[in-house]
Write a protein that binds this ligand. Structure first.
Ligand SMILES: NC(=O)c1ccc[n+]([C@@H]2O[C@H](COP(=O)([O-])OP(=O)(O)OC[C@H]3O[C@@H](n4cnc5c(N)ncnc54)[C@H](OP(=O)(O)O)[C@@H]3O)[C@@H](O)[C@H]2O)c1
Length: 343
């Protein structure tokens, strides 16, 4: 058995897949995921990174210690190209689907590009995985897909639906489809900690709304949840980890208590609070120790593992009973800074 950072067991060594393909493997999540596999799971002999930009792939490869290089393949390709995907998927047991376009304002300005990548690209991955004989497809989702108010969230909701509905068309094939839905990744590109750290030097921090709250997850926690999902008994479900929330004002106070806080107003397509499970989804949602799970209507979850979620309640960042303190946020900001130069 292998352990994560909190000392929890993840799966059995002999069950770990020998080959994994990560779409979007050069992104924030993909890089951390691939690094974790290379360091902790030697039984995985082939890790394929699938993405478009050769420079990011080259830089990623350059950053690996030499002993890992023989296990990694850098595959240039677009998820919009199903034939290319099928080539990359030959002999692959598990697919982690992390490729996406994800900047909210860019989605509003270029909607068709987001639809082509996030929706049709995901459809390609689902179909190619079934056709090639993959065993596991785990797709990353976001809180913005729950009752979406912007195009990015809407395309991710479509992507989630495509992955879950694939269970209906897989027939007798031995393949599991799982969606992992979580909130803001602390320190990811464009997120609030790097922004405030940058603004701190000027003495002015821009805060969209003083009441704003968000869910929070670290990259390592995201990686752990995906690794655990590889060992799930059944597919056709959305896994939602129980996460802490933070108040945007607490992040500002934790990072630059002496600064001026300038309120700029909520941006188009932004919510004051995020939801991971809507009140409508709650009718099909279940609670486990560490996660919630949303099943499609009519499914029969294992009731030894889960209890039913309170019906009609939403799981949102405002009413959450777990908030990060300013001290905890400061620790995360320090961690973010200390990790900047590492692969
Ligand atoms: N970051 C967050 O706060 C957060 C929160 C919740 C959920 N998520 C979800 O987690 C996943 C990973 O996010 P991330 O933060 O790692 O994103 P990221 O850093 O922006 O990385 C995106 C990756 O996707 C690749 N990509 C984009 N379009 C592609 C295409 N058409 N074909 C192939 N590859 C493509 C990019 O590489 P190229 O540009 O070189 O192709 C890059 O490797 C996404 O699904 C996102 O929706 C993220």
């Amino acid at each position: 058995m292998n352990k994560n950072k909190e000392g929890n067991m993840i799966g059995k060594n002999d069950e770990f897949p020998e080959s994994i393909l990560v779409t979007g493997g050069t992104g924030s999540f993909g890089r951390r995921f691939v690094k974790t596999i290379l360091e902790k799971w030697p039984q995985c002999k082939r890790v394929v990174v699938y993405s478009r930009d050769e420079l990011k792939q080259w830089e990623m490869l350059e950053s690996f210690p030499k002993e890992y290089i023989s296990r990694v393949r850098m595959f240039l390709g677009d998820i919009r190209d199903k034939d290319r995907l099928k080539k990359a998927l030959e002999g692959i047991q598990c697919v982690i689907h992390a490729a996406a376009l994800k900047q909210v304002p860019a989605a509003e300005y270029n909607p068709s590009e987001f639809i082509k990548t996030n929706v049709y690209g995901t459809e390609n991955i689902v179909e190619a995985s079934i056709e090639v004989g993959v065993k596991n497809l785990i797709s990353l989702s976001t809180d913005k897909a729950a009752a979406p108010v912007n195009l990015y969230g809407a395309t991710k909701l479509c992507a989630d639906k495509l992955v879950i509905a694939a269970n209906n068309v897989k027939g007798s094939r031995d393949i599991k489809f799982i969606v992992i839905r979580y909130g803001n990744v602390i320190g990811s590109r464009g997120s609030v900690i790097p922004l405030f750290l940058k603004q701190k030097k000027s003495g002015n921090l821009t805060i969209t709304h003083k009441e704003m709250t968000r869910f929070s997850i670290t990259l390592d926690q995201g990686v752990d949840i995906v690794l655990q999902a590889l060992f799930e008994d059944d597919g056709g479900k959305i896994i939602v980890p129980k996460l802490p929330s933070y108040r945007i004002l607490d992040v500002a106070k934790a990072i630059a208590p002496e600064a001026n806080f300038v309120e700029t107003g909520i941006r188009p397509g932004e919510k004051l609070h995020e939801e991971l499970i809507t009140s409508s989804d709650s009718f099909n949602a279940y609670k486990g120790d560490k996660n919630y799970v949303i099943y499609p209507p009519g499914a029969s979850p294992d009731l030894d593992k889960y209890t039913k979620m309170e019906q009609g309640l939403s799981y949102n960042s405002k009413d959450n009973d777990w908030f990060l303190t300013q001290e905890e946020i400061r620790t995360m900001a320090d961690l973010y800074l200390s990790e900047q130069d590492k692969f």
